[in-house]
Design a binder for this molecule. Structure first.
Ligand SMILES: Cc1cc2nc3c(=O)[nH]c(=O)nc-3n(C[C@H](O)[C@H](O)[C@H](O)COP(=O)(O)O)c2cc1C
Length: 192
């Protein structure tokens, strides 16, 4: 058993990639607005390492507006067939432009055009408006690479705590928690 939460995360994530039929990198992202009102939605983990956990989104979206006023987030992975969850909490920073550009370039062309067409989390009159915007962007970028839209990019959650929960016999589940302590981590167990 590792006592480094990043190594533990890597192990569980590798097992999830083997066993989960869909989106093992899906995670719930919790943010709070200026009044402390929480909201949560799913996003995909697109990079992770000792420097944090990265997802990409529209920088005008509700989650992005929340993070602009309170740059802290909670992440939750739940791998149902493994009966495991991992909670991560920490401060959030913008991923650099070069990092966001590099990831954007790996996306399929439709996803790239969709990022230009979408004003994520803004009211939309009808679906046809979005489809018309998509067609407009398709024409605009015809015959050339689609650059990253200026209002789209990465966010990095830098953990200050982790909790690893897994199912054990007789409902005696296990919760290992890690809190950042100086350069390392302080580990504890919680009653399930
Ligand atoms: C499995 C799954 C993965 C998703 N991944 C992302 C993602 O990586 N980035 C994103 O902006 N939205 C993603 N979404 C859509 C979000 O859940 C959400 O609807 C959208 O980002 C708007 O959220 P907001 O209004 O709270 O900002 C995903 C949805 C699902 C169900």
């Amino acid at each position: 058993m590792s006592d480094d939460p990043f190594i533990l995360f890597d192990r569980w994530f590798a097992e999830a990639r083997e066993s989960e039929p869909n989106d093992p990198n899906a995670m719930a992202l919790a943010t709070a607005d200026a009044h402390g009102r929480p909201s949560v939605r799913m996003v995909l983990l697109k990079g992770h390492g000792a420097d944090g956990f990265v997802f990409y989104t529209n920088r005008g979206s509700r989650k992005a507006r929340d993070l602009a006023v309170d740059a802290q987030a909670g992440l939750l992975f739940h791998w149902k067939s493994l009966r495991r969850q991992i909670r991560i909490e920490g401060a959030v920073t913008h991923a650099g432009d070069a990092e966001s550009d590099a990831y954007f370039a790996t996306r399929g062309r439709d996803s790239q055009l969709g990022a230009w067409a979408s004003d994520q989390s803004q009211p939309l009159d009808d679906r046809a408006t979005f489809e018309a915007r998509f067609a407009e962007m398709t024409a605009r970028f015809e015959g050339r690479d689609v650059p990253r839209p200026p209002n789209w990019g990465g966010y990095r959650v830098v953990p200050d705590s982790f909790e690893f929960w897994h199912d054990r016999a007789h409902r005696l589940h296990e919760r290992r928690v890690f809190a950042r302590a100086g350069d390392g981590w302080r580990e504890g167990l919680l009653f399930p």
